[in-house]
Write a protein that binds this ligand. Structure first.
Ligand code: SF4
Ligand code: SF4
Length: 399
């Protein structure tokens, strides 16, 4: 393509905007979340605290509304049970490493006493370059909005994590976030809901831990405060942080959608007080695409993704995923599910079809209808969704 052609396509397809697309749906203030109240934290209370512990009893006295669901999930078999004996350790080894480097001593630390002065634009290049060298597939930098920080520690997936349960979180000294995406293997993820997709998920989280911990350490060695946030030690909600950084947009399915890999990614973040040039948020057209498409909602076996309109939820109108129903299905299937990710037209492999997903807003409506139709034609319906307790029997992974 000529230089002029490249310049024209950059202008036409550049989707950078002044404010993240969720700002158009803001209806009030966002209340910060207590991490103890999120579903992934609560399921670990059962496992790590034990039902007789004073912490467990105190939590459910304060939140009786969660007890029935959490007890049911706690008594179900864990994920990975559909893999053969030689397979399960493939994902367990990745999660074990991720847990170990989720310790506070890995994600956080004291900055070096002397600061290395670097102009913000050059510093941003260096940080992005190192992140990519270490294995991040996408890296963007943006503001850290305090509304996306948790109020209290709720997770840990290791002994130390549970010693810190309920500790107040204060990241007000960090004004910048570095958001990174790690691509999930497309062929493994296509097998969901079956064991191989769990390997793709585990690798995404393991890579996120590996890269974020080193990147935070690098910034501290330059004399600035920096903290990694990955699977076992988050202090921020990573999806809206990634939206603020310009990695993509929030979708109907509740995941981040990126232009490059759709929603088949895992995220990790580093927050810092280092002065880094910020990227801008993007409008890829996901909001209007999701309004018409609904493929993920049609294919979701647990009906956790809404077919209807956005609803008001903690200050923002959004499509509200039923996380509890989704997670219950994972336990029924014994693995991650990934059906919604793989059903999404944005997630399809990087070919001409994928490149046509994001177009100028003026032709968005007819284009989106065409792309949804073409997705079904080219890739077929992912599979018909037969009900909440469905386990796909024909893709059992046995070696
Ligand atoms: S059950 Fe599967 S398809 Fe439905 S929301 Fe959860 S991961 Fe997506
Ligand atoms: S499958 Fe369609 S509706 Fe669902 S997230 Fe993707 S684009 Fe949006």
């Amino acid at each position: 393509m000529s230089r002029l052609g490249r310049a024209i396509s950059r202008v036409l397809l550049s989707r950078e905007v002044d404010a993240p697309t969720y700002e158009r749906d803001r209806v009030g203030d966002v209340e910060r979340w207590d991490e103890r109240d999120i579903m992934f934290a609560r399921k670990d209370f059962f496992r790590y605290l034990g039902t007789d512990s004073p912490e467990y009893k105190a939590y459910y006295e304060a939140h009786p509304e969660y007890l029935e669901y959490d007890t049911k999930i706690g008594n179900m078999p864990g994920l990975g049970k559909t893999g053969a004996p030689a397979d399960a350790p493939m994902f367990e080894t990745q999660f074990a490493m991720t847990s170990e480097i989720g310790l506070e001593s890995f994600v956080n630390g004291e900055p070096a006493p002397d600061k290395v002065e670097i102009p913000p634009e050059r510093a941003a290049q260096k940080v992005k370059g190192l992140a990519r060298l270490l294995g991040a597939d996408l890296v963007k930098i943006g503001p850290l909005r305090q509304e996306w920080t948790y109020t209290h520690v709720g997770r840990g997936a290791n002994r130390e994590g549970y010693l810190r349960l309920g500790t107040p979180i204060d990241l007000s000294h960090h004004s910048t976030a570095i958001a990174m995406a790690f691509r999930m293997d497309y062929r493994l993820s296509r097998t969901g809901p079956d064991f191989p997709t769990l390997l793709a998920t585990a690798k995404g989280y393991a890579m996120g831990a590996w890269v974020s911990v080193q990147l935070a350490q690098y910034i501290r060695m330059l004399g600035y405060s920096a903290r990694a946030h990955h699977l076992n030690n988050y202090q921020v909600i990573v999806v809206p942080v990634a939206v603020d950084c310009g990695l993509g947009e929030l979708s109907r399915a509740g995941y981040l959608i990126t232009r490059e890999f759709g929603s088949a990614i895992r995220l990790a973040v580093v927050t810092t007080d280092m002065d880094l040039t910020h990227d801008r948020p993007v409008d890829l057209g996901v909001q209007s695409f999701c309004e018409h498409c609904k493929l993920c909602a049609e294919e979701c076996p647990s009906r956790a993704i809404p077919m209807g309109d956005k609803v008001e939820y903690n200050g923002i109108k959004k499509w509200k995923l039923d996380e509890e129903e989704c997670y219950r299905y994972w336990h029924v299937a014994g693995t991650d599910c990934s059906i919604c990710m793989m059903a999404c037209p944005w997630t399809k492999p990087d070919n001409w079809f994928h490149k046509m997903m994001s177009v100028p807003a003026t032709i968005a409506g007819p284009h989106q209808a065409l792309m949804t139709w073409a997705d079904k034609l080219v890739y077929g319906k992912y599979r018909s969704a037969p009900g909440p307790d469905f386990i796909d029997p024909y893709k059992r992974y046995r070696r």
